[in-house]
Ligand binder design. Structure first.
Ligand SMILES: NC(=O)c1ccc[n+]([C@@H]2O[C@H](COP(=O)([O-])OP(=O)(O)OC[C@H]3O[C@@H](n4cnc5c(N)ncnc54)[C@H](OP(=O)(O)O)[C@@H]3O)[C@@H](O)[C@H]2O)c1
Length: 311
């Protein structure tokens, strides 16, 4: 048996319940992992908020897509993306649904070795942010010498977008509220405050214009400013404003192609995280039993960095 957090119905974070679940032995190619820490992402609360529909047949909804932990059982010859997986391995699970649990069963293809340099909490939250960031950067083809506008550059994903783009040799203008500006400067980005007058502040920061824009927020302001400043809308990508993207004809990330690109890039992204090319900040940890509180706080405050649940 294992304890897990699930959404029992659609609604606010009060729909989250802690349940006891049977945990079968791993079948061929699966691994059981004793979870040490779980990364929290906005997708987790969007899965039951109604943002993606309210199909009753999907209830209860298993929550979470990433975690870190220790392999406790292996089914047959389990081969992960970077090699065989054995009992006792310290690993990261990413892209597998249902990580809000004490123990999880996951296909080996979602299991990666944990870089020794990352602690359990950081390891739990690194891949969703880094994979999405890399995907967005690739989709608009950021190159050395480009000037890139990053909306939400202090957020879980946006902060990694900013760092990876700087590492590529781009100049990054990042939007954030004032108290996060020093953090953006530390990443090598130039901060501007979002809100009224954003377009003038970006023009002042990038007098020669911008070559690409990456929206890690999804507001109309982020989209409108980007479209106004870019000459080519194929250089705008969003990870949140899907309605605007289909209405205005610009790129999104998050579909099957994105997932493939992220999976392929994961080993290299973990290597880069271990080597300190970019960092993921953990803003706060909560016990797994307080998953509902974590979701409420994530939606009502703007933490700089990731929330992590600890079983
Ligand atoms: N499509 C995909 O595959 C995919 C994958 C991952 C995430 N996402 C989506 O991407 C978005 C960001 O995810 P995340 O994990 O980075 O979330 P997050 O850590 O909560 O970061 C969001 C950031 O947005 C900033 N923000 C809030 N209100 C803003 C506004 N009005 N204008 C500009 N910035 C504002 C905040 O920065 P300040 O603190 O500076 O205010 C906050 O740090 C979410 O909508 C998430 O669902 C999509």
């Amino acid at each position: 048996m294992t304890r897990a957090a699930v959404a029992a119905s659609y609604g606010g974070s009060d729909v989250i319940e802690i349940v006891e679940r049977e945990l079968p032995e791993p079948s061929e190619g699966e691994v059981s992992i004793a979870v040490k820490a779980i990364g929290v992402n906005p997708f987790d609360y969007k899965s039951y908020s109604g943002a993606f529909g309210t199909d009753e047949s999907k209830l209860p909804i298993a929550l979470g897509s990433e975690a870190s932990g220790i392999v406790v059982a292996v089914g047959g010859a389990a081969e992960g993306p970077v090699g065989p997986i054995a009992v006792g391995d310290e690993v990261i699970v990413s892209g597998h649904t249902g990580t809000y649990a004490e123990t999880i069963l996951a296909p080996a293809r979602f299991v990666f070795p944990k870089p020794a340099e990352l602690n359990w909490n950081v390891a739990a939250g690194v891949l969703a942010a880094a994979g999405t960031a890399y995907d967005a950067i690739e989709s608009v083809g950021v190159e050395r010498g480009d000037t890139v506008l990053v909306h939400g550059a202090a957020g879980g994903v946006g902060s990694v977008v900013a760092q990876l783009a700087v590492a590529r040799g781009a100049t990054v203008i990042g939007t954030a509220r004032a108290q996060n500006h020093d953090a953006l400067r530390a990443y090598g980005a130039e901060p501007v405050e979002y809100g009224d007058g954003l377009i003038d502040r970006v023009r002042a920061a990038a007098p020669n214009g911008i070559d690409a824009a990456i929206d890690a927020v999804g507001t109309d302001e982020a989209v409108d400013v980007s479209l106004e400043l870019l000459t080519d809308r194929a250089k705008l990508v969003t990870m949140a404003a899907f309605g605007r993207a289909s209405a205005d004809g610009f790129l999104t990330v998050g579909g099957p192609e994105s997932m493939k690109r992220r999976r392929l890039a994961s080993p290299s992204l973990l290597e880069q995280a271990g080597a300190g090319v970019f960092e993921v900040t953990v803003a706060k940890t909560f016990p797994l039993a307080d998953a509902a509180r974590a979701h409420t706080e994530l939606q009502s405050t703007h933490p700089r960095g990731k929330f992590v649940l600890v079983p």
